[in-house]
Design a binder for this molecule. Structure first.
Ligand SMILES: Nc1ncnc2c1ncn2[C@@H]1O[C@H](COP(=O)(O)OP(=O)(O)OP(=O)(O)O)[C@@H](O)[C@H]1O
Length: 403
C-alpha cells in the first residue's frame, strides 16, 4: 500500500488557506474599498497620486485589499496611453531607518545584477540614487511600504519621497507612498510634518465581526475544501472564536486550516466542532512557544528562574524571590545579570505575552503593593522550550524535570 495518497475528502486546494494566498475577491470591506478607490482615482486621471496610510490590527485585510485594488488599478489604467503606472512593494520588517528603506527600494527597482551595498553611503546619496531610479522608470510610481512602523522615528523618507517632485529632485516620475501599519502608536507618534504628508488619506481597517469572518471563510472554503468536509456550524465556530479574540481573518483561516489538518491526520471525512477546539488550542500553544523562543537572553534567564520556582511549588512568586535565582543562573551561564528593576521588566514582558500571570497584592495597612507571578501556560510547554537553551546553564532542579 502507498504511504502517500492524494487527499480526496478534506482539502480540494489547501494553498487557498495559506498565508501567502491572494484571494480573487474581497469580502466585507466595501467601505474601505470605496474610500481607497477614491484615493487612487487621481492616478487614473493622470494626476499626481495621493499618499495613503492604512492602519488597523493584524489580519484585517490591509495587505489583501491593497494587492487586490492595485492589481485592478494596473489593469484599468492600461487603457489610458497617458498613464504609466508602476507599483513597487516593499515589506519593511527589520528595516529600522529611512536609509535602509531607501537602499531596499533602490535594490527592488534595480535588476538583481546591479544592486547597491546596504551600507557605506551618506543618506542623501542613497536618496539621490533612489530619485534617479524613479525618474528612469518615469510615470506614476506607487511605493507600497508594508509594516512601515519598523522604521520607527527615523522616518525622514516618508516626508522626502512625496515632496521630491515639488523640491525639484524628480522630473519624470510622480511618486506616491502607500504606508501600511498595524501599530497604532506609530501613527500617533509621527511628527506633524510626516503625518501631514503621509496621511493625506487615512484608511482605518477595523477588526472583523463574526458575520464578516463567516462570509470570508465561506468564500474561501468553497474552493479550498470539499463540500461534505465542512458544515455551517464549523465555519460559524471558527468565525466566532476569531471574532471574540482578535477580529483577524488570518486567525479565522488558520483555525479552519488547522482543524482540517487534525481531521485529515485522524483519517476523518468531516470537520467537527471538537476539531476546531483542538485546533485553537494547538495554535495558541505554538504562538506561546514562539513567543518564548523569541525572547532575549535575559527573558530566557527569567523564564528559567520562574520554571525552577514553579517546579519547587514556590509560585506565585515575588520579584524578591525570583531575582536571586535569576542572578545565580545568569552568573552560572557567564552572563552579567541585570539590576533588579530591569530584570523585573522582563517578568512584566512575560506577563504581557500571556506566559506569566501577574497579580498585584497589597501589603496590609502599612500600604505598599507588590506583584506576584506564576505561569499561565502548561509547564511541559515551557520545559520543551527551555530544553533548547544551549547557552544557559540550567539548574539541576530544572534539568531533572525536563529531561
Ligand atoms: N476581506 C477579506 N476577504 C478575503 N480574505 C481576506 C479579507 N481580509 C483578510 N483576508 C485574508 O486574511 C489573511 C490576512 O489578511 P492580510 O494579510 O491582508 O491582513 P493585514 O491587515 O495586512 O495584516 P498584517 O498587519 O498582519 O500584515 C490573508 O490570507 C487574506 O487573504
Amino acid at each position: 500500500m502507498a504511504t502517500f495518497t492524494r487527499d480526496t475528502e478534506i482539502f480540494r486546494n489547501e494553498d487557498m488557506l495559506r498565508e501567502d494566498y491572494q484571494p480573487d475577491s474581497i469580502t466585507a470591506r466595501e467601505d474601505e474599498i470605496s474610500t481607497y478607490t477614491a484615493a487612487l482615482q487621481p492616478i487614473v486621471n493622470g494626476a499626481q497620486p495621493r499618499n495613503i496610510f492604512l492602519y488597523g490590527k493584524t489580519g484585517v485585510g490591509k495587505t489583501a485589499v491593497s494587492r487586490y485594488l492595485l492589481k485592478q488599478l494596473q489593469r484599468d489604467t492600461e487603457q489610458y496611453d497617458d498613464v504609466e503606472l508602476s507599483v513597487c512593494w516593499l515589506n519593511c520588517t527589520n528595516l529600522s531607518s529611512s536609509y535602509q528603506v531607501a537602499v531596499n527600494l533602490v535594490n527592488q527597482l534595480r535588476p538583481a545584477d546591479d544592486q547597491i551595498s546596504t551600507t557605506g553611503y551618506p543618506q542623501q546619496r542613497v536618496f539621490d540614487i533612489l530619485y534617479e531610479e524613479l525618474d528612469q522608470i518615469g510615470g506614476t510610481v506607487l511605493l507600497v511600504l508594508d509594516e512601515i512602523d519598523h522604521i520607527g522615528s527615523d522616518d525622514e523618507i516618508l516626508y522626502e519621497i512625496p515632496r521630491a517632485r515639488s523640491n525639484g529632485y524628480l522630473s519624470k516620475a510622480k511618486p506616491g507612498v502607500i504606508g501600511i501599519s498595524n501599530d497604532f502608536g506609530f501613527r500617533d507618534d509621527l511628527s506633524p510634518k510626516v503625518k501631514d504628508t503621509l496621511c493625506e488619506e487615512e484608511i482605518h481597517f477595523s477588526p472583523y465581526n463574526a458575520p464578516e469572518l463567516r462570509a470570508i471563510l465561506e468564500e474561501r472554503v468553497a474552493g479550498a475544501m470539499y463540500d461534505d468536509a465542512v458544515d455551517d456550524a464549523v465555519i460559524a465556530l471558527c468565525a466566532a472564536i476569531a471574532a471574540q479574540d482578535t477580529g483577524s481573518a488570518r486567525q479565522a483561516l488558520d483555525i479552519l486550516y488547522k482543524s482540517g489538518e487534525i481531521a485529515r491526520t485522524n483519517s476523518e471525512k468531516r470537520l467537527t466542532e471538537e476539531h476546531v477546539h483542538q485546533a485553537r488550542e494547538k495554535l495558541e500553544q505554538s504562538q506561546v512557544e514562539h513567543g518564548m523562543r523569541e525572547l532575549t537572553k535575559h527573558g530566557h534567564l527569567a523564564l528559567v528562574a520562574m520554571l525552577q520556582l514553579a517546579f519547587e511549588q514556590e509560585t506565585p512568586a515575588r520579584i524578591r524571590d525570583v531575582y536571586p535565582l535569576y542572578r545565580r543562573i545568569a552568573e552560572g551561564s557567564n552572563v552579567d545579570p541585570l539590576v533588579r528593576r530591569r530584570m523585573h521588566d522582563h517578568l512584566a514582558d512575560l506577563a504581557m505575552l500571556g506566559i506569566l500571570d501577574r497579580q498585584m497584592k497589597n501589603e496590609g495597612r502599612a500600604g505598599g503593593h507588590y506583584y506576584q507571578y506564576e505561569f499561565d501556560v502548561d509547564l511541559d510547554i515551557v520545559g520543551d522550550v527551555v530544553r533548547d537553551f544551549d547557552s544557559i546553564a540550567l539548574p539541576k532542579g530544572v534539568t531533572a524535570r525536563i529531561e
